[in-house]
Design a protein around this ligand. Structure first.
Ligand code: TXA
Ligand code: MG
Length: 482
């Protein structure tokens, strides 16, 4: 079956500031939430306020099988009742997402997650398996929070949710509004990020409206001034870390880097169990302290996969996300440790070409220099081409003259993800700034993005942010020469 009629990448005329409050009921949006004219004209989406009434309407929608976008502490999700296959399919259709990309199920408690997951222990059914012990450990340490745990799905979970792999990701988000909606819904909620497939993930209700406003969805408005669950939406700004419990390999596989770092995971694995248990269980909890944490889907791996694809299809310049090529997942795909959704090209702003920029003079290590070929060693003016917008970090590109004062006049606009060099602040701003750059499409085509990984090498948290930047630039790197 083919799904997901590709939504044309409509170019949001970015400077337009029609407001959703005029086009939707019953919620309102603050004046800081511009919605493009195109989206406003065809608006079918309904905004729900973050009130008790809004929560119960949202929950009822989910139970009925309708779609609901809601804020979490990472990004907005587009949710549907995970147990209703027709609703799950609707998510793929609305996003234009290939069926080969599995969905995360959101639940309000670890107990609700266990209703979706299976941890058999064939050797001794009376004792928890190491996989189950690892689930307990991770959920105790990180939930509610930005960790998605992938494990074997119970048979009643529709195969479409796991993209035919039989393995499913579970997450218990910490944002109070998300938790209230999940509790009130009383059903597990499958939810990918609420953006058009391949586009920048949404951290504001207006982002969801711009991408999916012409679909029959409701959007819980986390930016509504009447907010009663007074916690800002999308505080982390990048998606959850996705880990798979690999019992046979006695390892945790990080399929997607995100808000929770590898060090935090290693600390959780090594933690001594504080609970009193029987001797048999205690031995299992002691054994998992020796598990390792492995990151897969590194940028090198993605690039190699990309190169292979380009070699096999030289007419295509770069891997374009093509939802029309969506295929039904194989009924029993081999349970390889892959994150099928981890494409190199993702988070791309519409109509703009992103480049990661590494300023010279940062004592770059051999690895950082390795993937910059000679053509990409450019001076500022050449890097700017006929004009560009600059998204900086800690003022590093401004130090090289790449800000609005550049004498060439070729820097058309400039923003700094975190002038004080805080990677967490950068994560929070990244997706909003990438979407901001889209207002220049048609005028300039280039976004120069300060490569946080080479600027800030002391923080473990940087890995997740760097991953999103790398993929928004499809791995293209410029080394600035003096
Ligand atoms: O923070 C988040 O995780 C957000 C919020 C809404 O919870 N959700 C999110 O979902 O980012 P999504 O679908 O945009 O990205 C989830 C990615 C998939 O593309 C895939 O790479 C990986 O996580 N993933 C999910 N389930 C998986 C599974 N069963 N096996 C392997 N990879 C999986
Ligand atoms: Mg996504």
């Amino acid at each position: 079956m083919q799904l997901g009629t590709p939504k044309t990448v409509s170019s949001p005329p970015a400077l337009n500031t029609a407001h959703a409050s005029t086009a939707t009921t019953p919620g309102t949006m603050s004046s800081t939430t511009p919605v493009t004219a195109a989206a406003a004209l065809n608006m079918r989406a309904k905004l729900l306020p973050p009130t008790l009434a809004g929560v119960s309407e949202a929950a009822a929608r989910l139970r009925e099988g309708k779609l609901l976008a809601f804020p979490t502490e990472t990004v907005y999700g587009l949710g549907a009742n995970a147990l209703m296959e027709s609703s799950v399919l609707e998510i793929f259709k609305v996003k234009g997402r290939p069926l080969t990309d599995p969905l995360i199920i959101h639940v309000p408690t670890a107990a609700a997650a266990l209703e979706c997951l299976s941890f058999p222990n064939p050797v001794d059914p009376s004792c928890p398996s190491e996989g189950r012990a690892m689930f307990d450990r991770l959920s105790e340490v990180f939930w509610p929070g930005a960790l998605t745990i992938v494990a074997l799905a119970k048979p009643h979970i529709p195969l479409k949710v796991s993209a035919g792999t039989g393995f499913v990701g579970l997450r218990c988000p910490s944002h109070p509004l998300a938790l209230r909606v999940l509790e009130a819904a009383g059903v597990p909620v499958a939810a990918p990020s609420a953006n058009r497939f391949g586009h920048v993930s949404p951290t504001r209700a207006s982002h969801v409206l711009n991408d999916l406003g012409d679909s029959d969805i409701a959007i819980m408005n986390g930016e509504d001034k009447r907010e009663i669950f007074a916690v800002p939406a999308c505080e982390f700004g990048i998606e959850s870390t996705v880990v798979k419990i690999n019992e046979s390999g006695r390892e945790l596989i990080v399929l997607r880097r995100g808000a929770i770092t590898k060090t935090q995971l290693e600390e959780a694995v090594a933690k001594k169990s504080g609970k009193m248990r029987g001797a048999k269980e205690e031995a299992v909890f002691e054994a998992i302290r020796n598990w390792t944490v492995t990151i897969v889907n590194t940028h090198d791996e993605m690039k190699r996969a990309e190169t292979k694809e380009l070699d096999s299809n030289s007419s295509r310049k770069r891997r374009k996300v093509d939802p029309a090529a969506a295929q039904d997942p194989p009924a029993s795909a081999a349970a390889g440790h892959v994150a099928p959704g981890q494409l190199l090209t993702h988070y791309a702003p519409d109509g703009m070409e992103c480049y990661l920029v590494r300023p010279s003079g940062l004592n770059l290590d051999a690895d950082s220099l390795d993937d910059v070929n000679t053509n990409q060693r450019l001076d500022c003016v050449t890097a700017l081409q006929t004009g560009a917008v600059v998204i900086d970090f800690a003022g590093e590109l401004a130090k090289k003259g790449l800000d609005e004062d550049h004498p060439s006049g070729l820097v058309l606009d400039y923003k700094d993800l975190s002038p004080r060099g805080d990677p967490k602040e950068a994560a929070k701003n990244l997706f909003a700034y990438l979407r901001w750059s889209e207002k220049y499409q048609g005028r300039v085509g280039r976004v120069l993005l300060a490569d946080i990984a080479t600027i800030c090498r002391t923080s473990d948290f940087v890995g997740g942010v760097a991953d999103r930047m790398f993929r928004s630039a499809s791995g293209k790197v410029i080394l600035l020469t003096d």
